[in-house]
Design a protein around this ligand. Sequence first.
Ligand code: ATP
Ligand code: MG
Length: 495
Amino acid sequence: MSISAPRILLVDDEENIRFTLREVLRREDHNYQIDEAADGEAALEKVRSTPYSVVLMDMRMPRMDGMSAFRAMRAIRPDLTVVFITAHGTQRTAMEALQAGAYDYFTKPFDLTEVRIVVRRAIEKANLLQQLEDMRRSQAARYSFDRLIGQSAAMQEIFGLIERVLDNDVTVLITGESGTGKELIATAIHNHSLRREQPMVKVNTVAIPETLLESEMFGHERGAFTGAVSQKAGKIEAADKGTLFLDEIGDMSLPLQAKLLRVLQEREIERVGSNKQIPVDIRIIAATNCDLAKMVEEGQFREDLYYRLNVLPIHVPPLRKRHDDIPVLLDHFINIYNPRLRRNISTVSEATLQRLLNYPWPGNIRELENTVQRAMLMATGASIEVEHLPPSVRGEHPVATQNIAYPTGDGAEVFGDLDLRALLDTEDFSQPLAERLQQLGDHLEKFLIRRALQKTSGHRQDTATLLGISRKSLHNKMVRYGLFSEEKERAANGD
Ligand SMILES: Nc1ncnc2c1ncn2[C@@H]1O[C@H](COP(=O)(O)OP(=O)(O)OP(=O)(O)O)[C@@H](O)[C@H]1O
Ligand SMILES: [Mg+2]
């Protein structure tokens, strides 16, 4: 919708009324762009395709009356400003329309001054709504880039850096602690770059055994080594025309670093067991949580490779250094997990937010995400309270902020034997959905019953009440999940 040239739709089955209105409005402001429709159905068609500021509409019309058209229009454009034209006898309906959200109405035969005033005010209101919507959009854009969320100055700067490398092939080196979002940044760059239609291929240096890494990256010819039963292209070749993401680059061995350097210099590769040169056209993004400059000093990382990679450095500060991102990230994760966890969380209590702001987040955003997920599972109402947070975040087990191996916040630690991360692995579709949901439900049920038993020190009736189930049902579930034997074992161990 353009604010400078308001578009108005006149809907009336009487041509002379449309003519009069058009003339009045044209004299009021010749910038108005005025369209006409002779019935509700035709009007609805026009609203579908044109962003009108205001619709002036008769009540009684053939095919589709004003009220039905109004309802259908609001379904398409909830904020559309509609003014009704009523004849004697349809005022009642006009009142109904006001209640349903119409802006105003005037009565036939109408006073031309009144028409002008009502339309002018309606346009002002439509413009205001539009400005609000524009503002909301530009704000949203500033707090996110692709799936990256952040309002801190550091994240704003990162969004800016990302934008600078979208229309070129500059090599990017992303550094930062574990869980700060390095991979997410790499993905955002690829997804918005000129190469977005081509593949982004990831190589994780640590995940692949050293002996296999070379052939994984460069490919091999048949018989190049024992086990190389067929020829295979490597990941670098697979990334041709696209982006190669080298994750954990600081863990790459020195010999492999030398080979990678050659790729960067020559833009060619040789498969293992071959000396044929294959040209590759790739954009490289590397990431690491190591201090590469220091590794260079210590002779663990090749200086020449470092300079080749560090063309455009993006450093992501740890979450504890950008607290302003915590509220927006919270909002983001709650929105994501509400439907997935079947929750309806709408707020985080003030005390909870305080704890979250005070905690040093050694596992960074990954840990925050897991913590929010866990708290949402624990919460029964619409708000996340302090008691839903794990003890470490709650501040009950004070922990030093440095030189300590923190739990990463993986489901495994948080939930005892409930490996939530594995169960919620969104990349794994090896199991049919129903089976997976059943399994997830069972795990969760067992876990919650165990927690409830702990809370009530094993008191059956209290546990059943806490869970909102009958004692009998609790008994059956305890049998099913082997919780009786677990209880006996614990008693025998004296804990
Ligand atoms: N700014 C952000 N906005 C939204 N989600 C984020 C942000 N940063 C990280 N995350 C989320 O946190 C998790 C960890 O991010 P990612 O895997 O990109 O981190 P990383 O720096 O590559 O970590 P590692 O060094 O351990 O590989 C992911 O689930 C990611 O979606
Ligand atoms: Mg990563």
